[in-house]
Design a protein around this ligand. Structure first.
Ligand SMILES: Cc1cc2nc3c(=O)[nH]c(=O)nc-3n(C[C@H](O)[C@H](O)[C@H](O)COP(=O)(O)OP(=O)(O)OC[C@H]3O[C@@H](n4cnc5c(N)ncnc54)[C@H](O)[C@@H]3O)c2cc1C
Length: 382
């Protein structure tokens, strides 16, 4: 497989790096400390099409093919040091906008696509519940037939972007007997729909400028026209969104790994101990060699998954492999970077400890490492 970038993809990369370094990084540490979501920066990212990378220009999006979108997210992860903002953009685009673009009917696209792709509206993806988690489809939140529509009752948790969202993609149980084989239905709705309420914010160790909360659904009336995809087709919508989320988040993470590698090399070259740079000490240089090796391997796995996006079910395996490998390599790389930076790496004067806190979540969201191993082994017939 040839993954060399076209001139257009190189330009996308350069433009995003120039934009993020100039516009997105100031006060990232303060936002992390105070858990502040930067809506004004979000809107600037929207102007750069980051919130709607693959959406056709007609709807104000970036009109990119899937592989170019993945290159754009890698560039964002590399150049934007606000991991929470990167995560908020990824969650919105990968698990919200992408399934809307793929499964939405004309009326839904007319209603939502322009505002979400330009960042004027923010999307939240609601799958996880207190009693489901890794067993994602074991939902209690139900949508029961009522008159010419449905009534949704239940609650969702760990909703990234939930406190600031305008548009919800929610997965509900519509047929208990069928469960994930035809009993799950996805709906897209306005956050202002009567009966939806926002619970307390959930404070996190990392990705803190991306706000998260519980959401409650009490007697929420939705119509047939709010179904995303088919009735009973929620599993297909969710699996599609996870293929995008696992691949796109991995891309953003390899961008961040590249930044951590460069920061570690620079520090190792300039930190002098016993009259020589620490980079001359094999314990340090071998750590950096490992970071480089893991980055290159992770990038190839991510590009392989990106190459198969929108090509069918076979690619779910590639996306899980990339997600598992990159999230674990990213967390290990952030830990190595802290070690290389010594005491400085542990202080918040350097951005390294924040990178480690941001990285740890990657082995949990979009399905934990254990769940990725379950998916991979089931593809191997186990
Ligand atoms: C930063 C962040 C952002 C998130 N954003 C969203 C969001 O926007 N929308 C959303 O819907 N969800 C979101 N989530 C939720 C996320 O998808 C879940 O946290 C994740 O799927 C794990 O579920 P859980 O937390 O309930 O853990 P549990 O399912 O309780 O798992 C606990 C532990 O048991 C292990 N385990 C459980 N079952 C198995 C099994 N069958 N085999 C092996 N090991 C198992 C897990 O691997 C884990 O180590 C987010 C989570 C995080 C951390």
């Amino acid at each position: 497989m040839d993954f060399s970038l076209s001139n257009e993809q190189k330009l996308i990369r350069e433009q995003i790096i120039a934009f993020a370094e100039k516009e997105l990084n100031s006060k990232a540490a303060e936002r992390d400390k105070d858990q502040l979501f930067p809506r004004e920066l979000w809107l600037k990212a929207g102007e750069q099409k980051l919130t709607g990378l693959t959406v056709p220009s007609l709807f104000g999006g970036g009109n990119m093919d899937p592989f170019s979108a993945i290159i754009a997210l890698e560039a964002l992860g590399y150049s934007c040091t606000d991991g929470g903002l990167n995560f908020a953009i990824c969650a919105h685009f990968l698990a919200g906008v992408s399934p809307l673009l793929h499964f939405g009917n004309n009326a839904q696209k007319e209603k939502y696509l322009s505002s979400v792709s330009t960042g004027k509206s923010i999307m939240v993806n609601c799958m996880t519940e207190n009693t489901s988690g890794s067993d994602a489809f074991h939902l209690k939140t139900s949508a029961k037939r009522y008159k010419d529509g449905f009534i949704i009752d239940g609650s969702k948790t760990f909703a990234s972007n939930g406190p600031v969202a305008d548009t919800i993609l929610i997965y509900t149980l519509t047929d208990e007997n069928k469960g994930f084989l035809g009993g799950i239905t996805a709906f897209i709705l306005d956050m202002k729909t009567e009966g939806i309420s926002i619970g307390n914010s959930l404070e996190k160790m990392g990705l803190r400028s991306c706000n998260m909360c519980e959401l409650f659904f009490d007697n929420v009336f939705v119509s047939e026209s709010d179904i995303l995809g088919q009735i009973g087709g929620g599993t297909t919508v969710f699996n599609y969104s996870m293929e995008w989320e696992r691949t796109g988040m991995a891309a953003c993470q390899i961008g961040s790994m590249q930044r951590l590698l460069e920061q570690s090399i620079k520090y190792a070259q300039t930190r002098i101990i016993s009259n020589e740079s620490i980079g001359k000490k094999q314990a340090v240089s071998h750590r950096i060699a490992n970071m480089k090796m893991q980055l290159e391997a992770g990038r190839l796995l991510t590009y392989k998954a990106a190459n198969g996006l929108n090509t069918g079910r076979e690619n779910t395996l590639n996306a899980s492999i990339a997600k598992l490998f990159v999230s674990e390599a990213y967390t290990a790389a952030a830990m190595e970077a802290v070690t290389i930076h010594g005491g400085n790496g542990y202080t918040s004067s350097y951005p390294i400890e924040r990178a480690l806190r941001d990285a740890i979540g990657s082995t949990i969201y979009s399905g934990t490492s254990d769940i990725q191993r379950n998916i991979i082994s089931s593809w191997l017939g186990l």
